[in-house]
Design a protein around this ligand. Structure first.
Ligand SMILES: O=C(O)c1cc(C(=O)O)c2c(n1)C(=O)C(=O)c1cc(C(=O)O)[nH]c1-2
Length: 246
């Protein structure tokens, strides 16, 4: 690969091109989820596995927060912790995700126990947490940039699932409403940060690689769900076994 130094605008365009090619809105499992092609048990499997991603996001943000060098950066990043963990019990994104799993008829203690998780979900989520813990601050911030693309998929998901599943209500999907304003705020900051701080060819390549890596995390979580719950349908021993194929 030969690389030259990109302008900040070219770097942004290269990041957007990665999302256009690799973001998980393109995965067949998401298309099936949004188009109403899954049964209730398969939707439950998605929500149960995705719970681990949601629950791990504040832990990954906390590892980064601890390394940020200025109050200004920490103030910005700690908003994410508040968004996910809330300010008191029952508030914040993780609690709202549990309302989604409740609404789908899953037992809360079972979801929180992680007993039914696919092994591949665990590996993918942990790879993300470890990436943010171990890589440079620049790479860690860049790896959050999939959120540039999440408002589009969230809008598609909410309208598609409400239209296509009688077991899904607006209340069940309430998790997603605040994300439509939180994600653009978060990703605008992260994008501005990487455009300003990726000043060498190596740093720019590291930023692009971090986003590619993160797209792979999200993609592989859906590969695991597809393999276990759609086709060929080999559910790993001990993982969640849907009872409801309606
Ligand atoms: O619904 C989605 O497809 C989706 C995608 C992503 C993402 O692109 O990483 C996030 C979220 N949702 C989300 O709800 C969320 O809180 C979140 C945090 C992060 C992150 O990397 O820090 N990504 C995402």
């Amino acid at each position: 690969m030969t690389h030259r130094l990109l302008t900040p605008e070219e770097l942004e365009a290269a990041l957007l091109a990665i999302g256009a090619e690799r973001y998980h809105n393109l995965h067949p499992f998401h298309r099936a989820l949004h188009d109403g092609k899954l049964n209730k048990g398969q939707v439950q499997a998605w929500a149960l596995n995705r719970y681990y991603y949601q629950a791990s996001i504040p832990a990954k943000d906390a590892t980064l927060l601890a390394r940020l060098p200025t109050a200004e950066l920490r103030r910005e990043w700690r908003r994410r912790l508040v968004d996910h963990d809330g300010t008191e019990p029952g508030t914040g994104g993780v609690a709202r995700w549990l309302r989604l799993t409740d609404g789908l008829g899953l037992d809360r203690a079972y979801v929180e126990s992680l007993d039914g998780l696919l092994p591949g979900t665990r590996f993918a989520v942990e790879a993300y947490v470890h990436f943010v813990r171990d890589r440079s601050i620049l790479e860690a911030i860049a790896s959050s940039l999939t959120e540039l693309f999440s408002p589009t998929i969230i809008s598609e998901r909410v309208s598609g699932m409400l239209r296509n599943y009688d077991f899904v209500t607006e209340e069940t999907l309430a998790y997603f409403t605040p994300r439509l304003t939180q994600a653009p705020q978060d990703s605008a900051f992260a994008l501005g940060y990487v455009k300003e701080h990726a000043r060498t060819v190596e740093q720019q390549q590291a930023v692009l690689n971090a986003l590619t890596f993160k797209c792979g995390v999200l993609w592989s979580m859906l590969d695991e769900l597809d393999y276990a719950y759609v086709a060929p349908g080999h559910i790993p021993p001990g993982a969640f076994k849907p009872q409801d194929a309606s």
